[in-house]
Design a protein around this ligand. Structure first.
Ligand SMILES: [Zn+2]
Length: 153
């Protein structure tokens, strides 16, 4: 499943990428019409908090309007209505670029704090490195909690 988050959900888009989903974000200059056209062209489901986007005829059947203000609530809604598995392919994509990450070439390992463990992955688009440090561990814990809450439903 491919996703497209509107501009207001750019933070949530990072979580979807963390879970491994191909998740594009709306560019700030793009109108809602452009957003809908992109979703159709790229076969993506739009996630938005703006009910009006769902009223575009071309958007029929490909919009999820998220309710409320809580990340936990959105995570539960995305799991319940789109079947998002929060442990689909954790940390397989760059959180910023949405590109698949690769094993980091050895000559880049010096940029990671010593003793960081593995895997160390690298985004070929923005050159970011990812490793199982505290930030990734905290995000993993949240993804696991969202997944287990889904099981309990
Ligand atoms: Zn990147």
């Amino acid at each position: 499943m491919r996703l497209l988050c509107d501009e207001m959900l750019s933070g949530f888009a990072r979580w979807l990428r963390a879970a491994g989903y191909d998740t594009a974000s709306q560019s700030p200059q793009d109108s809602d019409r452009v957003l809908v056209a992109r979703a159709v062209a790229e076969d993506r489901v739009i996630l938005t908090r703006d009910r009006q986007i769902a009223e575009h005829r071309a958007a029929a059947g490909r919009v999820l309007v998220l309710h409320g203000d809580s990340l936990d609530g959105w995570a539960a809604q995305a799991a319940g209505e789109l079947g998002i598995d929060w442990l689909y392919r954790p940390f397989s994509r760059c959180l910023v670029c949405n590109v698949g990450v690769l094993p980091a070439p050895a000559h880049l390992h010096h940029r990671v704090p010593p003793g960081s463990g593995s895997p160390i992955t690298w985004c070929p688009c923005c050159d970011r490195l990812y490793w199982p440090g505290s930030h990734v561990r905290r995000m993993s814990a949240t993804l696991e909690r969202w997944r287990s809450e889904e099981w309990q439903r």
